[in-house]
Design a protein around this ligand. Structure first.
Ligand code: ATP
Ligand code: MG
Ligand code: MG
Length: 381
């Protein structure tokens, strides 16, 4: 009998889960707070508020297992869902990932270092924490931040006033966190999956570049990471086991002088794993579907080398891009809006040298050389 997967949130992550789950014969149902989120094109979608359990009841009735495109579904709603259906990942994993304090505290508990951090509820807390942690530092909302939103960078203690002006109001509501600024050499993410039977797998490390706080470029496998990969994977595995995690998640790491520091985790498929759709034997989306359905997980090996360009604000010209070899296009079907993720392209090839040449051709054709610059500057060796 056909299992129905219910997805809370209907954005591009849900959309790609549906597209990758379809060949397995999986059926989907989506609920979102918006009328027609971009996944609605491919699966029946209804509208409800996350806290309105009465409105969510028909959705819960109609599905066999619930999963998430949106990581900030209230913990009470996730808990309520567990009384009706399987929920993967579970409410405990969601709760930890929703709160930067809980998240970093758990990282340290499992032996994964982090930047220095302190909880900030009042202006006096901020002054005290700045003394302890020093500058430069970043003040962040504990909850609900994404794409670098809800963050303020302090270069100097004198920036405390401006930081409080920007985020002080949110301190009372959800709390803030002050983190020391990590002058990292580079950023990587672990994309990992854990099955219902405990089978744990990771894709090769992905190197990431952000622009204005938003993921701009990813490269996998991340070159020169042989010395840190096993440590990074071991942390991801310990984290997954501690949280009895089922499904795909991402662990974002800073690398500094050959050491890894935990930044945050995402309890869902992740933007830095989008390349797996085109560049791995099994994509993060298909393995997430397999995991939540209790099916055997697929091979996470790469087919070669992949680079992902995020399209922020508006889509570039597709026909121009498709003229470049081994370019894969993903248009989320969203209307353009500044700062909004509207699509991405994956550039694949047998090795980094080939992919870099294709990235250069693509970037020049689309007028995106500036976006591609961090990649074009990497040595080919
Ligand atoms: P996402 O869209 O990945 O969920 P987010 O809004 O939750 O992002 P973070 O991942 O915490 O925010 O920060 C976004 C980016 O800002 C990081 O990937 C990193 O480049 C930079 N950053 C965040 N915290 C620090 C830090 N403590 N030190 C140095 N850079 C940082
Ligand atoms: Mg985040
Ligand atoms: Mg992040």
């Amino acid at each position: 009998e056909k299992q129905v997967i219910g997805i809370l949130g209907g954005g591009q992550l849900a959309r790609m889960m549906v597209l990758e789950g379809a060949p397995l014969g999986a059926a989907f149902r989506i609920v979102d707070t918006a009328e027609t989120p971009c996944a609605a094109q491919f699966a029946p979608t209804e509208r409800a508020d996350w806290r309105d359990l009465e409105a969510l009841a028909p959705f819960a009735e109609a599905i066999d297992v619930a999963t998430f495109d949106f990581e900030n579904v209230p913990a009470e709603t996730a808990q309520w869902l567990t009384e009706h259906v399987r929920v993967h990942p579970g409410p405990q994993a969601l709760a930890v990932a929703q709160d930067r304090m809980a998240e970093k505290t758990l990282f340290r508990e499992i032996g994964l270092d982090t930047a220095r951090f302190a909880a900030i509820d009042t202006r006096a807390d901020l002054d005290r924490a700045l003394e302890e942690i020093g500058v430069p530092a970043i003040l962040k909302t504990r909850r609900l931040g994404y794409d670098g939103k809800g963050q303020f960078r302090l270069r100097d203690v004198a920036d405390a006033d401006a930081a409080w002006d920007a985020l002080g109001e949110q301190a009372a509501q959800h709390g803030l966190i002050l983190e020391s600024f990590v002058p990292f050499d580079y950023e990587v993410s672990v994309i990992a999956v854990r099955g219902r039977d405990g089978d744990f797998r990771t894709w090769p490390l992905t190197r990431n570049w952000h622009a204005d706080g938003i993921l701009s470029l990813s490269l996998a496998p991340a070159p020169g990471t042989e010395a840190i990969a096993d440590t990074a994977f071991a942390h991801a595995r310990t984290l997954a086991e501690r949280l009895s995690y089922v499904g795909v998640f991402a662990l974002e790491l800073f690398v500094k002088d050959g050491r890894v520091l935990g930044n945050e985790m995402a309890p869902r498929v992740h933007n830095s794993g989008h390349w797996t759709y085109d560049g791995a034997v099994t994509s993060q989306f298909q393995n997430h579907v397999r995991a939540v359905l209790g099916l055997p997980l697929g091979d996470t090996a790469v087919r070669g080398c992949s680079v992902m360009f995020n399209w922020i604000g508006a889509m570039p010209d597709m026909a121009t891009a498709l003229a470049v070899d081994d370019v894969h296009w993903h248009d989320y079907g969203k209307s353009p809006r500044p700062g909004r993720k509207v699509g991405h392209a994956t550039v694949c090839g047998p090795d980094f040298a080939t992919v870099r040449a294709r990235v250069q051709a693509l970037a020049e054709a689309l007028g995106r050389v500036e976006q591609a610059a961090p990649l074009l500057e990497l040595p080919v060796s």
